[in-house]
Design a protein around this ligand. Structure first.
Ligand SMILES: [Fe+2]
Ligand SMILES: [Fe+2]
Length: 222
């Protein structure tokens, strides 16, 4: 029985799957075709279980109202983290060919690290949590935890579920894989640099430490 506060999944429409490829074209660079397909499956399941219809509809924020992009949306963050993580791999592989990093896991993990955000950012969920946090929690689950659930449910490898969980605060309680460590640092670097160069709303600069002096810029309109 589905209880009133649990959202039912909508059937996954082909349109959602198409929008995922459009929003995250880097999925095509995952070499393992099975992994590539499961990344699409996972995003489709996550979106279909939420009020969001495509990834680009999710606001560009680290957590709701924290680290808020002045323009852009969640795809800019996901793609930026994927590119940054792959650059880290390139730099180390280029100088030290003996290093052994699974590039496909880094890329798929980076594209899926925030796969729980449709749930944590869902206005319907947020409204329920804020009505009675003493019953549901606020949020009931953070996007990292819910993201690991999504990954395992659609059959993504454990390594990807580990990245979804370990990229975020929860990661400090577990031992991190090499690939998770790279994605976690790419993610944190992306938000911190976005703040320092002036791309984040000043009021939303929470948990960035005391060293940042954010530059003031005019943000171009798209
Ligand atoms: Fe995150
Ligand atoms: Fe992130």
């Amino acid at each position: 029985m589905i209880r009133e506060h649990q959202s039912k999944s909508r059937p996954v429409a082909d349109e959602i799957r198409r929008s995922i490829i459009e929003d995250l074209p880097d999925i095509a660079d995952i070499k393992d075709e099975d992994l590539q397909g499961k990344v699409v499956d996972a995003w489709a399941y996550s979106l279909s279980s939420s009020s969001f219809h495509r990834i680009s509809d999710i606001p560009g924020e680290g957590n709701p109202n924290i680290l808020v992009l002045r323009r852009g949306n969640q795809t800019d963050h996901l793609r930026g983290v994927a590119h940054l993580a792959l650059k880290i791999v390139d730099v180390f592989e280029g100088t030290y060919p003996e290093v052994n990093i699974d590039r496909d896991i880094v890329l798929a993990g980076a594209l899926c690290h925030d796969i729980g955000k449709p749930y944590e950012f869902d206005p319907a969920n947020r409204e329920r949590w804020s009505k009675d946090p003493s019953r549901f929690g606020q949020p009931a689950l953070r996007h990292s935890v819910y993201g690991a659930h999504i990954c395992l449910t659609v059959g993504l490898p454990e390594e990807i579920a580990h990245i979804a969980l370990g990229h975020s605060l929860e990661g400090q309680h577990i031992g991190l894989s090499t690939e998770c460590y790279i994605v976690r640092h790419a993610d944190h670097t992306w938000w911190h640099v976005a703040g320092a160069v002036g791309l984040l709303e000043p009021h939303s600069l929470v948990d960035v430490g005391t060293m940042m002096r954010a530059r003031s810029i005019d943000v171009a309109q798209r």
